[in-house]
Design a protein around this ligand. Structure first.
Ligand code: SF4
Length: 399
């Protein structure tokens, strides 16, 4: 009896995506990631077969032909509420007319990546790590994508990654110890291509580990096959950052895909983007972060939406992000609380933004509050101790 109730508890809140709109499809076809890619919805007609679009959405779809393409996997499309234009899944993936309105503060490259590329496709902004943009294709296209200038192939700019030059750069730059593969989505590579790329990177002695940034486990959980997991396991240490914004995205299929990755020793973190009408609510975010932990995914970052062109309708105020963190910190497991960050416009990197807990700090004390608003004082280390050298030197711990 006890075992049954534990299983019920773990299952609670996870729903399958299949079959939804695809009642005539066999489970074998549905579980084939190549079938999912072949059957993506990419046209106005495809959308209107299943949904009644609003005029704003129809105009958005027409715009998407010259900006960021439309593509939705059947798996993800099934999460859309058919009769609700405000559906949080729909807002993320169906184009909207607002994508054509560009304000003065918005930019094509809000994180200044292009100006930090020593070789095409490799962004070297932080001292010891690089971002390697390995493809411009994704399983589906998020309407707020930071890299919409190059992703999907619909816009004017093209990603022209030079793999040989990038590997040569990494071999020469011994200060680089961490490579983040992103794009686009690296998990759209074939098993052989991904294996070969990871092998080239792991052969560079000073690269201590590799990370993969991907939304494939969410858009296309069928891609997380046992064969792919075995390849990833060969290249440890290898970390993965997934991208989940709403608890409904954690379906049974996604939960099982994440479990396969975790069972192959891949540490999983999540990066959410704070989005208006999607997850700009404490109750939605609390449900998301708690559900992520049940999938063995550690909520890592909550991003303020970048100043990407045409994203105003999806941006929530910074005050809302701070309010959400305030409502999580201390109120739920610390592991569940992501770091809220703003990627400084123009290329300043990620800056943490936190609720104010410290009221006062000098050489004698720090005065702060806890999550309930109670005020406390902590005495600073005394002057006599500060001026005495510590008994062990840092070097003793670094080798
Ligand atoms: S999966 Fe990532 S790279 Fe692809 S469209 Fe979404 S945010 Fe952009």
């Amino acid at each position: 009896m006890e075992a049954e109730s534990t299983v019920d508890h773990i299952e609670a809140g996870f729903r399958p995506s299949f079959p939804g709109f695809w009642k005539d499809v066999s489970p074998a076809e549905w579980s084939d990631w190549k079938w999912q890619l072949r059957n993506r919805i990419t046209t106005l007609e495809g959308l209107e077969k299943h949904l009644v679009l609003t005029p704003e959405e129809r105009a958005g779809v027409i715009l998407s032909g010259t900006k960021l393409a439309l593509a939705v996997t059947p798996h993800y499309f099934n999460l859309i509420e058919r009769d609700n234009p405000g559906c949080p899944i729909r807002r993320q993936i169906i184009p909207y007319v607002g994508e054509g309105s560009v304000s003065a503060a918005e930019m094509a490259d809000p994180c200044g990546e292009d100006s930090h590329m020593p070789v095409p496709g490799l962004v070297h902004r932080y001292p010891d790590r690089v971002l390697f943009l390995v493809t411009d294709r994704c399983a589906a296209y998020c309407r707020y994508c930071t890299r919409s200038r190059v992703v999907s192939g619909a816009g004017e700019q093209e990603l022209e990654t030079d793999f040989d030059q990038a590997i040569a750069y990494l071999e020469q730059h011994t200060e680089v110890r961490d490579v983040l593969l992103s794009g686009g989505d690296p998990l759209l590579f074939s098993d052989e291509k991904l294996d070969a790329l990871l092998g080239r990177l792991r052969a560079i002695p000073h690269i201590e580990f590799v990370r993969i940034g991907t939304r494939v486990p969410i858009f296309l959980p069928q891609r997380i096959t046992p064969e792919l997991c075995a390849i990833l396991k060969k290249h440890h240490p290898l970390f993965m950052s997934v991208h989940v914004n709403h608890p409904r995205e954690l379906t049974t299929e996604v939960r099982d895909a994440l479990a396969r990755l975790a069972d192959h020793g891949v540490p999983l973190g999540n990066q959410s983007v704070l989005l208006r009408g999607v997850n700009d609510s404490l109750s939605v975010m609390k449900s998301l972060v708690q559900k992520l932990l049940r999938c063995r995914v550690r909520p890592y970052y909550l991003y303020q939406c970048d100043l990407i062109q045409g994203s105003a309708h999806l941006r929530a105020p910074v005050a809302k992000g701070i309010e959400i963190i305030e409502g999580l910190r201390g109120h739920t497991t610390g592991y569940a609380v992501p770091q809220y960050v703003i990627d400084a416009p123009g290329g300043g990197g990620k800056v943490p933004v936190n609720p104010g807990y410290v009221f006062f700090h000098d050489r004698e004390k720090v005065v702060f509050r806890n999550f309930e608003g109670k005020v406390f004082e902590y005495p600073e280390v005394e002057e006599s101790v500060r001026s005495t050298p510590a008994p062990l030197h840092e070097e003793a711990f670094t080798s």
